[in-house]
Write a protein that binds this ligand. Structure first.
Ligand code: TEU
Ligand code: CA
Length: 553
């Protein structure tokens, strides 16, 4: 049995991973062909974003049929082969379960639209206000109203995401049973991991106008959320101790996460939270251009680290996924210190308390693509906000700059396999353009180079397996007030680990508040170090991981 505290998850966005048949779209056979690459890296699980039948309005997060594979990605036979080939390599598959909403093409929604009462009650239909406006003033997370009017029913339906993604009504027991059946179906196929998409939004509270925000306070971590998760756990994955689960928690509170991911609670193994990835927002507003706030980043991560530990609850730790820009472009340096900063960012995350997630290409230091034209963008959220920003009065140029920083397409460009045409991703025309720097930044080159970011990530994964303190240790923030150093100590049964990182491209000095005698360096992105007594002079983006084992444990 795998221990999720010792495990690392590698995230694959199948559409952009590897195309096996030249149609420009990555597919399951492509994933099979690259399993040895993931084994080489050393990841234990592969989380794959959705590849069920879907019109792809939101790249698969709009599910039309939960029981079948979209032909673009392959067949059920390909899926079975993938499971088998992964198993042979000691890798497990984690499926993405999208249960807050379905696609409007899902047969349940089609029946609802046709007026079938049973299926209307699978979704959230409401009459408009007397003046004909939507039931509440809530905003969709992808822009515009969260309600869509259906002429022939004379009612609106709720969609927290795209208009093509109607929200399911979890207060209807039949919906909860249907969802359980989906999980059971994939469990029977041998799936040992589940990621639940925006699962803390499933229990809607009161349908009231929000005069303080966009409506999220009425449906986030809603009234029956813990009950519904416990019920799902008990009826499905809770019966198999080998299964690990992670819930994606949108705008959640830490108090709720103690329960979602608490060792004693029967809900989920761990949670993704996003507060640390809003440090380059203005409040909740993502579509702005502001430098990231390092002190805020540090405080949020430390806060979650220490409080989740106090409550015996478990974090997923990560910088990147298919919704986030590339971290080296965001918090690192893509020019002079590309390699150093990518390694430093990896160190910060992988030595924290929690299960690390690596998003495809992060282990290569892939960057944002630098798109300049709206025709290069594919993401529904980006396309909507490009329009909304200009409606708000921003110039087109400004809108491009903001998209260039925050668009989800920044992470969705094809995986950079080698320096051949299209980065070796496809022999056809890729569904989204390749980032031009693939000629230098690619897997083939990094596999060859012992000093590459790839090999550094490989070491980070190996260290977690080797040292219990990384998997199980307590966390203690260090250098809290330092304006550029991110440091912490981990401790476990006489082992201790001190992780020190310079988050910026300038030299800096830190005088450690703890005794550093007796430690050895087990990992660093530099060969030379300048440590004298308690004083550490650090080079740009330098990372040092120190380890000590006490003889008296
Ligand atoms: O994302 C949830 C979510 O709210 C954000 O990631 C969102 O995409 C963005 O931050 C808004 O600015 C999940 C999936 O990961 C995402 O790909 C889906 O589009 C979304 O749910 C809907 O299923
Ligand atoms: Ca293909």
């Amino acid at each position: 049995m795998k221990d999720f505290k010792k495990s690392v998850v590698y995230q694959i966005y199948p559409k952009s991973f590897y195309d096996s048949n030249g149609d420009g779209i990555g597919d399951l056979r492509g994933v099979i062909q690259k399993l040895d690459y993931i084994r080489e890296l050393g990841a234990d699980y592969i989380w794959m974003t959705p590849f069920y039948v879907s019109p792809q309005k939101d790249n698969g997060y709009d599910v039309a049929n939960y029981y079948e594979i979209d032909p673009r990605y392959g067949t059920m036979q390909d899926f079975d082969t993938l499971m088998e080939e992964a198993r042979k390599r000691g890798i497990r598959i984690m499926m993405d379960m999208v249960f807050n909403h379905t696609s409007d093409q899902n047969e349940w929604f089609q029946k609802a639209l046709a007026g079938d009462e049973k299926y209307k009650n699978f979704y959230i239909f409401r009459k408009g206000k007397e003046d004909g406006t939507p039931p509440t003033n809530w905003e969709s997370k992808f822009g515009g109203s969260a309600w869509e009017y259906v002429e022939n029913l004379g009612e609106y339906y709720l969609h927290l995401f795209d208009v093509s993604q109607p929200d399911l009504n979890w207060d209807n027991e039949e919906v909860r049973k249907e969802v359980q059946n989906v999980v059971k179906f994939w469990m029977k196929k041998g799936v040992k991991g589940f990621r639940f998409d925006v699962v803390n939004l499933i229990s809607k509270g009161k349908f009231e106008d929000d005069f303080e925000g966009d409506g999220r306070r009425f449906y986030t971590d809603g009234p029956n959320i813990h009950k519904y998760l416990q019920e799902l756990n008990e009826a499905t994955f809770g019966t198999d101790a080998e299964i690990i689960t992670v819930g994606e928690m949108s705008s959640t509170s830490i108090e709720n996460c103690y329960r979602y991911a608490g060792a004693e609670e029967k809900e989920l193994s761990m949670v993704f939270s996003f507060h640390h990835l809003k440090v380059d927002f203005m409040g909740n507003e993502k579509w702005v251009m502001v430098p990231f706030d390092f002190m805020k980043l540090k405080n949020i991560l430390f806060d979650w680290q220490t409080k989740m530990a106090e409550h015996d609850a478990w974090n997923a730790v990560f910088w990147c996924n298919h919704d986030q820009p590339r971290v080296v472009s965001r918090f690192g340096n893509t020019k002079q210190y590309w390699k150093e900063s990518a390694k430093m960012l990896g160190t910060v995350i992988h030595c924290l308390r929690g299960t690390p997630y690596i998003y495809q290409g992060e282990e290569l230091g892939m960057t944002n693509p630098g798109f300049r034209e709206i025709s290069q963008y594919r993401d529904v959220e980006s396309l909507n906000h490009f329009r909304i920003l200009q409606e708000k009065g921003l110039t087109e140029e400004n809108a491009y700059q903001i998209l260039g920083i925050h668009s989800r397409d920044n992470s969705r460009t094809p995986m950079q396999w080698d320096h051949s045409k299209n980065a070796g991703f496809t022999t056809g025309t890729p569904w989204i353009e390749v980032t031009p720097n693939y000629v230098d930044i690619n897997a083939a080159a990094e596999l060859e180079d012992e000093d590459s970011i790839f090999h550094y990530y490989k070491q980070l994964i190996a260290l977690r397996k080797k040292y219990d303190v990384i998997a199980y240790g307590d966390v203690e923030p260090l250098a809290k007030e330092h304006p550029s150093v991110f440091a912490y100590r981990r401790s476990y049964k006489g082992e201790s680990l001190v992780v020190i990182n310079n988050f910026y491209g300038k030299d800096t000095t830190w005088k450690s508040e703890i005794e550093l005698k007796g430690y050895e360096i087990i990992l660093s992105n530099y060969k030379q170090h300048d440590i004298e007594n308690q004083e550490i002079r650090m080079k740009p983006y330098e990372s040092i991981v120190l380890y000590r084992k006490s003889a008296f444990a």
